[in-house]
Design a protein around this ligand. Sequence first.
Ligand SMILES: Nc1ncnc2c1ncn2[C@@H]1O[C@H](COP(=O)(O)OS(=O)(=O)O)[C@@H](OP(=O)(O)O)[C@H]1O
Length: 306
Amino acid sequence: ERCGTSPSPVRTSEVATGLFASDPNHLRSPRRKRLLQKWPAKSSLGEGSKRLPQAIIIGVKKGGTRALLEFLRVHPDIRAVGAEPHFFDRNYDNGLDWYRELMPKTLEGQITMEKTPSYFVTREAPARIYSMSRATKLIVVVRDPVTRAISDYTQTLSKKPDIPTFESLTFKNRTSGLIDTSWSAVQIGIYAKHLDNWLQFFPMRQILFVSGEWLISDPAGELGRVQDFLGLKRIITDKHFYFNQTKGFPCLKKAEGSSKPHCLGKTKGRTHPNIHPEVVQRLRDFYRPFNMKFYQMAGRVFGWDD
Ligand SMILES: Nc1ncnc2c1ncn2[C@@H]1O[C@H](COP(=O)(O)OS(=O)(=O)O)[C@@H](OP(=O)(O)O)[C@H]1O
């Protein structure tokens, strides 16, 4: 358990008003004894209570959501669930109390977070999150939809080595070049379409888009934007990262609650199979108009079509 970095507001105001300073015997005073009973030693203060998340990483699958959450956990004012709760898609019937129980304990002022990348493409998720709290902050890590699709396919392939090739799954009909938009690996990347669904419930100012590419090339830059969005002090900076040549990705110099360097596991940063360049080009052409629409909606150019 991490202790809070700032004293409770009540304590601060008492010190500030000189309550103790004016009384040289304050250590023995009955008032002090009462206060000590009310506010026990700092070790037991670090308990806190479980709260529903105020911010959620809702997507996208294979965007870099684990990296973002692991990096954010370094911040003393963020506490996050490790596993993906899948509450707003698969486990909604379990109820909000069940969901809250999954959360880590937090102190006043700390932010509770979770990440479940499938929320972004779940039709019911916006209404459900809205009904939990309309003030929920939403974070989406987006990545070039073409590499995202290949990454998605690579993950499936690692679990089911017998599936058809990426090329054959991409097309409804290879000769006509018609793309199978019902294949989830393709579908998830139509960001503008999914975002429309969220905008029925949440204003743009409550949604932050993080670039999966820049999260790799400039993790501190993206983390700066996220900390601002969450209203937190910029504590996570470039000093927290180093580029691990072997891994080929940025890693933490010190993981949360540890003094050792930490990279993500083997399932993050897999080698992708080579996809036929014509298929890649066809997918690029397919996504281009959706990407343009998405840049416009998000107010940020992600540079996937440069
Ligand atoms: N620092 C760091 N280390 C390792 N991997 C990193 C990092 N930053 C981003 N990424 C990219 O994250 C991709 C996996 O995305 P997710 O964590 O969102 O995947 S998942 O949806 O939760 O399965 C993963 O995709 P693949 O490269 O296809 O494996 C990585 O490219």
